[in-house]
Structure formats: structure tokens, C-alpha cells
Design a protein. Structure first.
Length: 128
């Protein structure tokens, strides 16, 4: 199973896009979303991959703290839909969390399922 997660609410574009951090509200919303998501699992053995952008890494840190796991940074998740397609095609059996950005997440969902899905900040989307 693949779960695509968009990073939480981040600072405005006042400086480098790469270095934008989550807002306090964004952190609180992610905490709530991930705690709710955790209720669906008796146990979870996720492999977590994140974009290298600061707000995505911070999202992964919150997720991994809640699920007591680790994450790996994948450069491909920071740059375009081709990166997501490359990552998804390389995955084996298991459950995966991919944390990244718009519009790449909605494009990946469309490529994998044919569905046009709105992808809000902090949202979680399951793809089989």
C-alpha cells in the first residue's frame, strides 16, 4: 500500500522555498491528522520517504515520532512528478509513506488511479 502525504501548512514565500518551515498551526494539524490516522492500524510497519524540503522533512519527523519509525530523504520527491513515478515504480511489497508537495502528489494519484483528487496540506491519500 502506498500513502501519499502532503506536507503541512508552511511559512509564506518570504525566503528560499527549500528552507520554508512548518507553521505552528501546521504542526498542530499534522499531529492531529496523524494521531487520527494511527487509529486505523493495530501495528504499522511503514517505510517512510520524504522530499528534502524542510517543510516535508518536518512533516516526516512528526509522522515518524507518532508511528515510532524512521524516514529516509529521497531527492526525487522534491522535483516533479517524474520523481514520484520513479519512486513508486521502484517500490516492492510493503507499506510506504511518501511525503511531498503539490501538484506532484495529485499528478501521481492521477497517474496511478485515473482519479482527480484535491490534495490539501497535511492530507493523506491511500493508493493500492
Amino acid at each position: 500500500m502506498i500513502y501519499l502525504i502532503r506536507h503541512g501548512k508552511a511559512e509564506p514565500h518570504s525566503h528560499s522555498d527549500f528552507d520554508r518551515e512548518l507553521t505552528e498551526q501546521g504542526k498542530i494539524e499534522l499531529e492531529k491528522n496523524f494521531q487520527e490516522f494511527k487509529k486505523d492500524f493495530k501495528s504499522a510497519d511503514f517505510k517512510v520517504y520524504t522530499s528534502p524540503y524542510t517543510r516535508a522533512v518536518q512533516t516526516a519527523e512528526i509522522f515518524c515520532r507518532i508511528f515510532e519509525t524512521d524516514y529516509e530523504i529521497l531527492e526525487d520527491l522534491g522535483f516533479g512528478n517524474d520523481g514520484y513515478a520513479k519512486v513508486v515504480k521502484s517500490l516492492g511489497d510493503g507499506d510506504y509513506i511518501l511525503i511531498g508537495h503539490q501538484p506532484y502528489i495529485s499528478e501521481a494519484i492521477y497517474e496511478l488511479t485515473g482519479a482527480n483528487v484535491p490534495v490539501k496540506k497535511g492530507s493523506i491519500h491511500r493508493v493500492r
